[in-house]
Design a protein around this ligand. Structure first.
Ligand SMILES: [Zn+2]
Length: 258
């Protein structure tokens, strides 16, 4: 049989197998649990609850503004206490819908969502990328990586790289010590918790980050403490500029922030 025909047959078999699987175990939306037709998509209710971030936003941290204040305007928290990264961009506001997506992604083995998130993040980060930017996922400590089996930030970074063609350093930035979850800590506690937690592993990674524009990749930006600590480690390793790209960010405060 000709190879094209074999390929075509292979595709048909794969799609028939997927259809059979969908019938036996219909895919569910990771947010609302409603049945959906494709395992890579969200249900209509989750789509309508997802809040994509669009301009205008703070030129530095990317927090959305309710009105246009002009080019380069920063929010009060960035002016009062600038983060250690230069700019951050996020695809979504962190709300019930994006929380559900991230939980589904992190704990529910819905790793196929990474492609969709990668597309959204590539769009959100379009104004910070250069053709030579290096993507660097925020690492997990090896102990936590073993427990969780995958680093969601690394999956996101790989998807953004696939979408943009940018290079990615999956293991150059490391977590030198395990830190308790940031979840229940105050802003000050979060800063202390992650201070000095990151480093750059080896000479090869140092060479890669030296004088480079590095874009840190993570799932959620809350206070920015983790991204700031990671940015400091990259700058110590010689990075020229460190920006950040996340799937979702918490939105509070800011000039008329929504
Ligand atoms: Zn800001």
């Amino acid at each position: 049989m000709k190879p094209q025909i074999l390929n075509r047959l292979g595709e048909m078999t794969a799609s028939a197998a997927q259809k059979a699987l969908d019938l036996a175990m219909p895919p569910h939306c990771p947010v609302t649990r409603e049945e959906i037709s494709s395992s890579a998509a969200l249900g209509p209710r989750a789509w309508s609850a997802a809040h994509f971030i669009e301009a205008p936003f703070c030129a530095r941290c990317g927090v959305p503004f309710a009105a246009e204040y002009g080019e380069g305007v920063e929010c009060p928290s960035c002016i009062a206490e600038p983060p250690d990264f230069s700019r951050a961009r996020a695809a979504l506001v962190y709300n019930d819908a994006s929380h559900g997506m991230i939980v589904g992604f992190k704990h529910g083995d819905r790793t196929e969502l990474a492609d969709m998130f990668g597309r959204w993040m590539a769009r959100a980060g379009a104004d910070i990328f250069t053709s030579s930017s290096v993507l660097a996922p925020v690492p997990l400590h090896p102990g936590r990586l073993r427990a969780r089996r995958f680093n969601q930030s690394a999956l996101l970074a790989r998807s953004v790289a696939k979408e943009t063609g940018l290079q990615v350093s999956l293991d150059g930035l490391i977590r030198r010590r395990a830190t308790p979850p940031q979840k229940d800590l105050s802003a000050e506690g979060r800063k202390r918790n992650v201070s000095g937690a990151f480093g750059v592993r080896h000479e090869e990674a140092k060479a890669r980050f030296k004088d480079a524009h590095v874009v840190l990749v993570d799932d959620v930006l809350t206070t920015g403490a983790t991204l700031s600590a990671a940015a400091r480690a990259l700058k110590r390793a010689g990075a020229a500029q460190v920006d950040a790209l996340v799937l979702a960010r918490v939105v509070k405060g800011g000039i008329g922030a929504i």
